[in-house]
Design a binder for this molecule. Structure first.
Ligand code: NAP
Length: 318
C-alpha cells in the first residue's frame, strides 16, 4: 500500500470546489485538494469567523466566506463537512446559489439521516452523492487537518438509486485522488456497519472514561497514572468532539440501539463466565477477538506497533 500521496493530477476533478465547514475533515480535504490538484479553485465556507480567519492565515483555500449561497455559486462540487445535525440547514441555505449540474456531497458519519435532511433541498438538475470517509482523529478545527488523513482509508459512497453516473464517478475520482479506497452501499447498510465498527466503540469509550472519572475509591491521579493498562486508548477516543458525536448518536439512533442491545447481551455472557469461573469460555472468546485484530493489521487498516493511535497526526477510523 502506498505510504504517501502520489503526484498531483494533470487535470483536476473539479474546476471549482466549495467546502462547507473547515474543521478536521474540511481542512484536510482543502489541503489534499490543493496538494493533489483535485480542484483548480477551492472556496472555504464556515459559520465561524475564528475558523475563517484561521483558514485565511493557513492559506489552504483560494476564497473564504461565511455566506453559503455566495460561496457555492459556480461550484462544480460542494462538500458538506459540518456536523451531521446541521446538514439540512446548510443544504437549505445554499440551495439558491447552486448552479445546474453541480454535485452536492458530504462527509457525515451517518448517512440515512443526512439523505433525509438534504434531499428535500436538492434542486432539479443538481446531483447528490453522499459520502463518508472512514478516517479521522479525535482532534477538531482547521489546525487539526492534514493532507494524508484519507490515505489508504475507505470512503463509503451511498448514492440514491438512479443517481447520475458521471456525478458518482467524479466523487469517486475525487476520493481516489485523496488516496482513499472507495466502496458503495445503501445508507441503511452503512449506518448499521458503522454503528458496530465506530459508533458503539465511541459510546463505550465515553462511558468507561466517565465511569472511571466518577469512581470515588480511585482518585483521578491514579486513573491518569496507571492509564497504560488499556484505559489510555479509551481516553483518546473519548476525547473526540462532543458536537460531532452527539449528532452521530441522535441521528443513528435505531442502528446504535440495535448494536447496543447485542453488546449488552454479549457482555452479560462474559460477566456470567467470570462469575462461574468458566475459563474456557473466556479463553475462546479472547482467541476469536485476537484473530480479528490480526486481520485488521493484515488489511493495512492499522499498524501492529504497540503505540498505535498515539502518534501525532495518526488517523483512526471514525
Ligand atoms: P469539526 O472539526 O468540528 O469541524 C466542523 C466545522 O463546521 C467547524 O469549523 C464548525 O464551526 C463548522 N460549522 C458548524 N456548523 C456550521 C454551519 N451551519 N455552517 C457552516 N459551518 C459550520 O468537525 P469534523 O471532525 O471535521 O467533522 C465534520 C463532519 O465530518 C461531521 O459530519 C462528522 O460526522 C464527519 N466525520 C468526522 C470524522 C472525525 O474523525 N472527526 C471522521 C469522518 C467523518 P464551529 O467550530 O463554529 O462550530
Amino acid at each position: 500500500m502506498p505510504d504517501r500521496l502520489g503526484p498531483p493530477l494533470v487535470t483536476p476533478v473539479f474546476d471549482r470546489l466549495a467546502l462547507v465547514g473547515l474543521g478536521l475533515i474540511g481542512s484536510s480535504l482543502a489541503r489534499v485538494a490543493r496538494s493533489k490538484h483535485l480542484a483548480r479553485h477551492i472556496v472555504a465556507i464556515d459559520a465561524s469567523e475564528t475558523v475563517r480567519n484561521r483558514v485565511t492565515e493557513l492559506g489552504i483555500a483560494d476564497a473564504v466566506t461565511g455566506n453559503v449561497a455566495e460561496g457555492v455559486a459556480n461550484a462544480d462540487a460542494v462538500i458538506l463537512c459540518v456536523p451531521v445535525g446541521v446538514c439540512g440547514v446548510v443544504a437549505e441555505a445554499m440551495r439558491s446559489g447552486l448552479k445546474p449540474g453541480a454535485i452536492i456531497s458530504d462527509v457525515g458519519s451517518v448517512k440515512g439521516s443526512i439523505v433525509a435532511q438534504v434531499t428535500p433541498f436538492v434542486p432539479d438538475g443538481v446531483h447528490f452523492v453522499p459520502a463518508h470517509p472512514v478516517a479521522g482523529t479525535e482532534q477538531s478545527g482547521p489546525d487539526a487537518g492534514f493532507p494524508t488523513l484519507f490515505l489508504n482509508r475507505w470512503c463509503i459512497l451511498t448514492p440514491p438509486e438512479g443517481q447520475n453516473a458521471e456525478a458518482i464517478a467524479a466523487i469517486r475520482a475525487f476520493w481516489e485522488g485523496a488516496g482513499s479506497m472507495v466502496e458503495e452501499m445503501s445508507p441503511a447498510h452503512h449506518d448499521l456497519v458503522l454503528a458496530i465498527t465506530s459508533h458503539l466503540p465511541h459510546l463505550i469509550a465515553y462511558n468507561i472514561v466517565g465511569t472511571a472519572a466518577d469512581l470515588e475509591a480511585v482518585t483521578q491521579s491514579e486513573v491518569i497514572k496507571f492509564s497504560a493498562g488499556g484505559f489510555r486508548d479509551f481516553t483518546r477516543i473519548a476525547a473526540s468532539d462532543p458536537t460531532m458525536w452527539r449528532d452521530v448518536f441522535l441521528n443513528n439512533k435505531d442502528a446504535v440501539l440495535e448494536m447496543l442491545g447485542r453488546f449488552t447481551e454479549d457482555l452479560s455472557s462474559l460477566q456470567r463466565a467470570i462469575r462461574y469461573g468458566d475459563g474456557e469460555a473466556l479463553f475462546n472468546h479472547f482467541t476469536r477477538t485476537r484473530a480479528i485484530r490480526r486481520s485488521i493489521i493484515e488489511t493495512g487498516q492499522d499498524s501492529a506497533a504497540p503505540d498505535f493511535g498515539r502518534q501525532p497526526k495518526a488517523n483512526s477510523d471514525q
